[in-house]
Design a protein around this ligand. Structure first.
Ligand SMILES: Nc1nc2c(c(=O)[nH]1)N(C=O)[C@@H](CNc1ccc(C(=O)N[C@@H](CCC(=O)O)C(=O)O)cc1)CN2
Ligand SMILES: Nc1ncnc2c1ncn2[C@@H]1O[C@H](COP(=O)(O)OP(=O)(O)OP(=O)(O)O)[C@@H](O)[C@H]1O
Length: 179
């Protein structure tokens, strides 16, 4: 199946299984907290989740509760991401994509947080490959990023093998956290 078709199917499947994704998000956060990547990180990057993505508000709260700095992506020209230090939801502005984003501030950028929690729609457990929304934002960012990456994978997003074409620019995730 091509990636475009897969995205469409996954968005539909995720919408139909929102409740399960919510329940599994809690289990995935508990597993995330037990990983060395989380425990060692003093700075983490995540997103503001959309309606059918793994819920990230609990992740942000858990990080802040133990004094980790949280960074959120701002989409930039040329499909770049800038990770901006997050302190308050009041500072976020809705993007064209419908997701609240931080406002760009050069003084708050950190392109090398210790841990990046990578969002996606589908993940293959054999090669740790992912399919995202198709902007190529994370693949471009991860091409230069040196730190650790994890992804939280509810059962609806989990595939045994990539039944989609994998390209050279597709970056493997260091650790998939499964339910
Ligand atoms: N919660 C969350 N935030 C996130 C991401 C994500 O996956 N989840 N992103 C992960 O990357 C980035 C935003 N991703 C985007 C992906 C695609 C387009 C985009 O340009 N879409 C096309 C229409 C889709 C299509 O290609 O058919 C458009 O608006 O023209 C915009 C942002 C950063 N923030
Ligand atoms: N490192 C890169 N350099 C240049 N172009 C890239 C790079 N990575 C991805 N792209 C381009 O971005 C587009 C989207 O890539 P892909 O289909 O892999 O998206 P995705 O991984 O699902 O999306 P995202 O990373 O935004 O969640 C493709 O046209 C691809 O060629």
């Amino acid at each position: 199946m091509d990636k475009k078709q897969l995205r469409k199917r996954q968005i539909q499947k995720l919408n139909e299984n929102k409740h399960q994704v919510v329940i599994e998000s809690q289990q995935l956060l508990e597993k995330l907290k037990k990983t060395p990547e989380w425990q060692k990180a003093t700075s983490i990057a995540t997103t503001i989740s959309g309606p059918f993505e793994v819920a990230t508000t609990p992740i942000i709260k858990a990080a802040q509760a133990v004094g980790k700095k949280v960074y959120l992506p701002k989409t930039m020209p040329k499909r770049q991401l800038a990770f901006i230090h997050f302190t308050s939801a009041e500072d976020l502005v809705e993007s064209n994509f419908g997701i609240p984003e931080p406002v760009y501030d050069a003084g708050l950028v950190n392109q090398e947080p210790d841990l990046v929690i990578v969002p996606g729609l589908a993940f293959a457990t054999d090669g740790n490959y992912r399919v995202g929304f198709g902007g190529g934002y994370y693949d471009r960012f991860l091409a230069d990023y040196q730190g650790k990456t994890v992804a939280l994978v509810p059962s609806v997003m989990q595939f045994e093998k990539a039944d989609w074409p994998v390209f050279d620019h597709d970056i493997k995730i260091d650790r998939l956290i499964l339910v």
